[in-house]
Design a protein. Structure first.
Ligand code: GDP
Ligand code: MN
Length: 390
């Protein structure tokens, strides 16, 4: 789960990371008021969306008067900001962060990620920040310093100092960097983060280290024990199809095709995607109903899949172990009637109570298309798509 920059800054500040003073605004007037309350002669106005690359996309501006702050904020509210990371649909701006501008002498890059190979937290840093890490890795790979942290010791002071030196920092900046690095590491560990990225982390002309930007994302599976983090979720920034599924405890992945897929288990879902592609079709999404799904859950799965307007066929593929084919069949019949479906529905059931499941489908009298094997189901789903006018 991602959070906003202003939320990440608030969290990191609590752990001891220096961040600029700032305030949140929900309207242009409030943005102007924030600038006045902060004082000084320059402010940075920043669109709060779950994405980086806002600077390039026109979502960040250095302003020199209260009026300029208000006017720029007015252009942001309600706008769908399209960045390199958002995709063409962009993300809507509801909140704007106004902060006291920093006087930048140097921009550094600092990231904490989970390194799957070493199964440890890895710090990635560079003396050349500001640009995205992917671009940095391409244009200036030698500038990247990497350090893997042993969970038994945590980030030791000597390691943090080593990293500060490797970044070319000297004098009083070293101690500031050490404390910043250790604060980020603690925040990462104590809050079950998956990623902490500060880009840029700047050195000011006054010789201070400040986090000008902050990005944090969290392990969704650990949110149950981090209620204060779970509260920061902003559904307006998520794919609406995915948040609807999450609200019902269903795992959903949105794709670009037109065949909606209701499946149990991620492995079977992957195999089904492959078979659809092989048969010449393209999946619109897949929804994993998990184990032990009740008829109500199956109906909810239909609702979620059909919320995607691109869906022209639904393929239900269940290999029932913990699940029961009769329950799934009841769910399909219930969904068909309750939702008044008219589009083709292909059902393939296998496993526990399969005979009973097939009987329920047969005796429902509904025009369901059934299949015995996965390959057959995929072919029938592709064949059932409404023919596009040539
Ligand atoms: P991103 O583009 O979404 O990653 O947003 P950032 O928060 O990183 O801001 C983009 C860029 O705006 C930064 O790389 C800085 O160059 C610039 N910027 C942000 N805050 C300040 C500031 O306080 N002073 C100055 N001079 N530039 C800033
Ligand atoms: Mn940034």
């Amino acid at each position: 789960m991602d959070i906003h920059e202003y939320q990440a800054k608030e969290i990191l500040r609590g752990f001891g990371v220096p961040v600029p003073r700032g305030g949140l605004a929900y309207s242009p007037e409030q943005a102007g008021y924030r600038a006045r309350a902060l004082g000084g002669a320059a402010w940075v106005v920043k669109a709060q969306i779950h994405s980086g690359g806002r600077g390039e996309a026109g979502g960040v501006k250095l302003c020199r008067s209260e009026e300029e702050v208000r006017d720029f904020a007015a252009t942001l509210f309600g706008k769908r900001l399209v960045t390199k990371q958002t995709g063409a649909a962009g993300k809507e701006v509801y909140r704007v962060w106004v902060e006291a501008a920093s006087d930048i002498a140097q921009e550094l890059y600092l990231g904490f990620v989970l390194d799957r190979k070493s199964e440890r937290i890895m710090i990635v840093a560079s003396a050349h920040g500001g640009m995205e890490i992917e671009d940095l890795a391409e244009s200036d790979p030698d500038s990247l310093c990497r350090m893997v942290i042993d969970p038994a010791t945590g980030l030791c002071e000597f390691q943090a100092r080593e990293l500060a030196f490797a970044l070319g920092l000297r004098g009083g900046l070293v101690a500031q960097m050490v404390s910043t690095l250790r604060a980020c590491y603690r925040a990462y560990r104590e809050l079950d983060a998956m990623m902490v990225e500060i880009n840029p982390l700047v050195v000011t002309h006054a010789g201070e280290i400040v986090a000008l930007d902050a990005k944090m994302s969290f392990d969704t599976n650990a949110l149950f024990r981090r209620p204060q983090i779970a509260e920061l979720r902003d559904a307006s920034q998520e794919d609406p199809r995915e948040s609807m599924a999450a609200d019902h405890g269903l795992a959903y992945v949105g794709l670009d095709g037109d065949i909606g897929c209701i499946i149990n288990g991620a492995g079977l879902a992957m195999a089904t995607m492959d078979m659809i592609q092989l048969a010449g079709g393209a999946p619109a999404n897949f929804l994993d109903i998990g184990g032990g799904a009740s008829p109500e859950r199956v109906t909810q799965a239909f609702r979620t899949v059909l919320a995607d307007r691109n869906v022209s066929v639904v393929l239900v593929n269940i290999f029932a172990g913990i699940n029961r084919c009769d329950w799934v069949a009841e769910g399909v019949v219930q969904a068909y009637r309750e939702l008044g479906l008219t589009l083709p529905v292909v059902v393939r059931l296998s496993g526990t109570n399969v005979e009973e499941g097939r009987r329920i489908l047969r005796e429902s009298g509904l025009p369901l298309i059934t299949a015995d094997t996965l390959a057959e189901a995929a072919e029938r789903a592709v064949a059932a798509r409404p023919k596009l006018a040539a």
